[in-house]
Design a protein around this ligand. Structure first.
Ligand SMILES: NC(=O)c1ccc[n+]([C@@H]2O[C@H](COP(=O)([O-])OP(=O)(O)OC[C@H]3O[C@@H](n4cnc5c(N)ncnc54)[C@H](O)[C@@H]3O)[C@@H](O)[C@H]2O)c1
Ligand SMILES: [Zn+2]
Length: 404
């Protein structure tokens, strides 16, 4: 659906990042011809993240919880592995063995598992451990887990003695393609998600893809939402590649996973390299997140997974883009189809209309009380802007389960 007249007026108010987006160099996607690593530990790809505060590598491969993947990282007398009981039982021993030579003593703190525990009280348990062991400002923190553990460990590292080094060891697909990269760290507040946090970059991100072997399918699908996100906002060739490799990804085909994680990390690295602290371009990474955060918070943290809410939020944001004439309806339909094929919900939960807007107004992108959305600006481009409430209401009605 296109409304060229309305578009002209809206464009005057819109923030545009087209030139910067075009600066994202599309990388060739060798697709199924690329071989995944065959040896037990093998770096298949390295992606450099060039932020102003620190440049660091994301190393991607299978079997990377071994000393070689941690070579060159800071050594210190003490270190703290932050994880949760679920992940630590599966992958803790491998990480401890991998970093043992770097530290005289490696402590462990296991946080309760779940988004509902991503708060100040749980964060305090990390500081308790660091202080009880007399850890100094050289102490290295290792985040072993998904986005919840990664975001909390990063924030703790930013705060403890005003900053200690930390290493991200993400074990969910979502964390490997998104949350472990770029230095956004935070905890939730009862009044808003990720509202208390800091920008703080890790020393390295070690993505050992074999950790995904133990990930529940629902969590894999949630991660695929953030993978899909990179296509419409920055790289339509990648979107097309995802359309032809979705089954392989859901089957955890090693070669397909390497490609998806590598390209996602490349796009994220380019974006945060240009705009580390989200003064402009970086906001495009929030495609689907205004609607998504409303679903997440409205249903209670943990009821909908972050990625599930983002998947549904992208369907809604794509529809809003189409209604504003910024993208065509066919692209919105393709996004909906790919989100569904990733095993994600495409119908939003029923919530009173006023509640949607109340929740969306808490979003960090809101400025002076006005809700802002990341919308498509043609295929492979995005922009952030407001939208008329009546149009947004129509989108919500269209996609709510109750259709109310
Ligand atoms: N910092 C950022 O830029 C950024 C970006 C996107 C999302 N996030 C945040 O990330 C969080 C979501 O992260 P998530 O989806 O990884 O959730 P999560 O950390 O809760 O992990 C999901 C579940 O999978 C389990 N798990 C993790 N790795 C496993 C493995 N290898 N095998 C078996 N089980 C495993 C966890 O214990 C948990 O129960 C949200 O809090 C969101 O706000 C942050
Ligand atoms: Zn997200």
């Amino acid at each position: 659906m296109r409304h060229p007249g309305a578009l002209k007026a809206h464009r005057r108010r819109a923030v545009h990042w087209v030139p910067m987006i075009q600066a994202l160099t599309p990388q060739p996607l060798p697709g199924a011809t690329v071989q995944a690593s065959r040896s037990p530990s093998d770096v298949a790809a390295t992606v450099r993240v060039p932020t102003a505060s620190r440049a660091y590598d994301i190393v991607i491969g299978r079997g990377l919880l071994v000393p070689g993947a941690f070579e060159g990282l800071p050594r210190s007398s003490q270190a703290l592995v932050v994880s949760n009981p679920t992940v630590h039982a599966l992958h803790g021993a491998a990480l401890h063995a991998a970093v043992a030579a770097h530290h005289a003593r490696v402590h462990t703190v296991l946080l309760p598992d779940g988004e509902q525990h991503k708060d100040m009280a749980t964060l305090g348990r990390i500081f308790d451990q660091l202080l009880q062991h007399g850890c100094d400002r050289k102490t290295v923190l290792y985040a072993l887990g998904g986005g919840v553990v990664g975001d909390m460990t990063g924030f703790a590292a930013a705060c403890y003695m005003r900053g200690v080094p930390f290493v991200q060891v993400p074990t969910t697909l979502l964390a490997q393609v998104d949350s472990s990269v770029g230095g956004k760290t935070a905890v939730n507040h009862p009044l808003g998600k990720n509202m208390i946090g800091a920008f703080y970059q890790p020393e390295r991100v070690v993505v050992s893809l074999d950790t995904l072997d133990t990930l529940p399918p629902r969590e894999l699908s949630a991660g695929l939402a953030e993978v899909i996100k990179y296509g419409p906002i920055a790289d339509m060739a990648f979107f097309e590649w995802l359309e032809s490799h979705m089954e392989a990804l859901r089957a955890r085909d090693p070669a397909a996973l390497v490609q998806a994680v590598r390209r996602s990390c490349e796009i994220k690295a380019e974006v945060v390299g240009v705009d580390e602290r989200e003064s402009g371009l970086r906001a495009i990474l929030n495609f689907g997140h205004t609607f998504g955060h409303a679903i997440e918070a409205g249903q209670g943290y943990g009821a909908w997974l972050h990625g599930e809410a983002v998947g549904c939020g992208m369907v809604m944001a794509a529809d809003l883009s189409a209604r504003l004439g910024l993208a065509d309806g066919e692209l919105a339909a393709r996004i909906r189809q790919l989100v569904a094929r990733a095993g994600l919900p495409v119908a939003a939960p029923a919530m009173p209309m006023a509640r949607w807007f109340e929740l969306m107004a808490v979003d960090k992108k809101a400025a002076d009380g006005a809700i802002r959305y990341v919308l498509l600006d043609g295929p492979g481009k995005a922009q952030m802007r407001g939208a008329d409430r009546a149009l947004v209401e129509a989108v919500i009605r269209q996609h709510s389960a109750a259709g109310a």
